[in-house]
Design a protein around this ligand. Structure first.
Ligand code: IPM
Ligand code: MG
Length: 357
């Protein structure tokens, strides 16, 4: 098949890990006789430096014209002082909204080979865990009305959370359908003891749950969920939650795998066009030093093949290559754990994955 893939390398380690992923995708295309055409566009800090804007129109149009989008990471200390709507992060929200990507799939899986890198005790993670966080991505407090006003204590800032039944239902359906292909458990996370949006969320999820009698449904308050994730992560299969709760819980879930440098994510809408990116950030402290772990980006590339291009066998092959490399004991610095020896560089790890392919 032929596919056009927009590349948003972004800032920090973004360019290094996207380059690794392109190499892996090119090799995969070669093995299976596909043609991938990669088109780079600017986003984030590098776009601010070049054009004055974090998300140039050319980037949005380029992504809209592509079959799918591969993103590295955005942001860094250089742009931290900018006003809210000029920051690199704003570009991420902008591109998610422009492409209608209301679903964010964030798998958090404990790789047996990386057991030592997880901060959790043996008895808690014995047998491993495999969680899929389904985060709502284009609504809630991230996109609600915000501003400044006069309040009880003088000038105040405010952000608002709003969710419609339509938005809750469509993300809920994704969660239930995802669970049907996994262990058939959905836990919806909210703060229904306090928030009106959460009460509507819970009500809507309960109604949906009746449509999916084969899925074991539970709901949980977010504070409890944060605790349960470290107390007993094995109880979870699919977690579905709002934009902000999903942001927070997905960082926690990735940390307990001990390998945030390995976790991919997919942002999807109604069509097949999706955006794929590692969960980790731009890691400015190690940018340009060839130390980054390319695995999260490479696995994001695999998710892209699976979800946007329908190339499941090719995706499996990449994931297997990564497994093989890890099982053979190869490690970049972030996943060394207590392992002795010197870590691989980003390009060395990429080479190992290409060989395993
Ligand atoms: C993420 C990030 C972003 C978010 C930031 C950089 C805007 O934390 O993708 O999780 O909060 O969505
Ligand atoms: Mg986040």
């Amino acid at each position: 098949m032929k596919a056009e893939i927009a590349l948003l390398k972004g800032d920090g380690i973004g360019p290094e890990i996207v380059d690794s992923t392109v190499a892996v995708l090119e090799k995969t295309a070669q093995i299976y006789g596909h043609e991938f055409v990669f088109k780079p566009y600017l986003i984030g800090g590098c776009a601010i430096d070049a054009t004055g804007q974090p998300l140039p129109e050319e980037t949005v149009n380029g992504c809209l014209a592509s079959d799918c989008v591969l993103l590295g990471a955005v942001g860094g200390p250089k742009w931290d002082g900018l006003a809210g709507d000029k920051r690199p992060e704003k570009a991420l929200l902008g591109i998610r909204a422009a492409l209608g990507l209301y679903t964010n799939l964030r798998p958090a899986k404990l790789y047996p080979a990386l057991r030592a890198a997880s901060p959790l005790k043996d008895e808690i993670v014995e047998g491993g865990f495999d969680i899929m966080i389904v985060r709502e991505l284009t609504g809630g407090i991230y996109f609600g009305e915000r501003g400044f006003r006069e309040g009880r204590y003088g000038r105040e800032a405010f952000d608002t959370e709003a969710y419609s039944v339509t938005e809750i239902e469509r993300i809920g359906r994704v969660a239930f359908n995802t669970a049907m292909k996994r262990s058939r458990r959905v836990c919806s996370v909210d703060k229904a003891n306090v928030l009106e949006t959460s009460r509507l969320w819970r009500q809507t999820m309960h109604r949906l749950a009746e449509e999916f009698p084969d899925v074991a449904y539970t709901d949980m308050f977010v504070d409890n969920a944060a605790m349960q994730l470290v107390r007993d992560p094995r109880q979870f299969d699919v977690i579905v939650t709002s934009n902000m709760f999903g942001d927070i819980l997905s960082d926690e879930a990735s940390q307990i795998t001990g390998s945030i440098g390995m976790l991919p994510s997919a942002s999807l809408g109604d069509g097949t066009r999706g955006m794929y990116e590692p969960i980790h950030g731009s890691a400015p402290d190690i940018a340009g030093q060839n130390k980054a772990d390319p695995i999260a980006a490479v696995l994001s590339g695999a998710m892209m093949l699976r979800y946007s291009l329908g190339l499941a066998e090719e995706a499996d092959r990449i994931e297997r290559a990564v497994d093989d490399v890890l099982n053979a004991g190869f490690r970049t610095a972030d996943i060394m754990g207590s392992k002795q020896g010197s870590p691989l560089t980003c390009t060395e790890m990429t080479e190992r994955i290409l060989e395993a392919l």
